[in-house]
Design a binder for this molecule. Structure first.
Ligand SMILES: *Cc1c(COP(=O)(O)O)cnc(C)c1O
Length: 241
């Protein structure tokens, strides 16, 4: 009895958070200088470290798109929740020996940053699932420690990935360095947007910019994000591993 009460209270809280976030996304879309069309931003609910029950609760609140960082944890959740019509996005670092599991269980990958990984995903994507939707992760901060392809190397990688069967290149993703400097953050998001515009000018048909997390998603939307990746803002603080 108490368990039922607890889980429904938990679901209520999640629903309220999601509704508030949808409103903030719509507001940022409306305020964006580019005059974004309503509904042009997808919330990717980042469910890493959250149990499958939390994903079910978010689903009950109308959330359909979820993101996972770790292959083993993500695959287990995809399988445990196979009864729900969810769209799963892989957003974490990719080791080349884990590409098969990603190709077989996810609809989107945001974090491709080298050709070898793209080639493996292409070869391992089951034809029955249709093309894997791919974003290239770009290192917009120029830090040696961060993953992502350097902006100058994006065009060559994009052309090579776009030519692979089994994949559909949709756009770019970034994770800027943590900063409280809003102007710097905007500059990082603009770098990503400009990379996408350059690719479009080169004839690639791309439509997705994955940028913005719980702390900065309204700024990212103002700068052109089509996918915001929200974990903490939806599910609350994660337990430290
Ligand atoms: C964890 C994570 C997120 C979500 O971060 P929050 O700050 O909790 O919203 C988004 N993107 C990536 C790549 C992540 O690893």
């Amino acid at each position: 009895m108490t368990i039922v009460a607890d889980s429904s209270r938990c679901e209520e809280l999640l629903c309220r958070r999601l509704e508030a976030l949808r409103a903030r996304v719509a507001e940022a879309e409306a305020e964006a200088r580019a005059g974004r069309a309503p509904g042009s931003v997808t919330i990717v609910a980042v469910s890493k470290t959250q149990p499958p029950e939390s994903v079910r609760a978010a689903f009950a609140c109308g959330q359909r798109v979820f993101g996972e960082n770790y292959v083993q944890e993500g695959v287990a959740k995809v399988e445990a929740l196979a009864d729900l019509p969810l769209e799963w996005h892989f957003i974490g670092p990719i080791q080349s020996n884990k590409t098969r599991a990603i190709a077989e269980h996810f609809a989107w990958v945001h974090s491709v940053d080298r050709l070898k990984v793209a080639e493996r995903l292409a070869a391992q994507r089951p034809a029955a699932l249709g093309p894997l939707q791919v974003l290239l992760q770009v290192n917009v901060s120029g830090e040696a420690s961060k993953s992502g392809v350097a902006p100058a190397e994006v065009p060559a990688l994009a052309q090579a990935v776009a030519a692979l069967p089994g994949l559909r290149l949709r756009g770019l993703m970034c994770i800027p360095e943590p900063t409280s400097d809003e102007a710097l953050l905007r500059a990082r998001f603009r770098t990503l947007r400009r990379c996408l515009e350059d690719l479009c000018a080169q004839g690639l048909e791309l439509d997705a910019l994955s940028m913005g997390m719980s702390g900065d998603f309204t700024i990212a939307i103002e700068e052109g994000a089509t996918h915001v990746r929200l974990g903490t803002a939806i599910f609350g603080e994660r337990k430290k591993p």
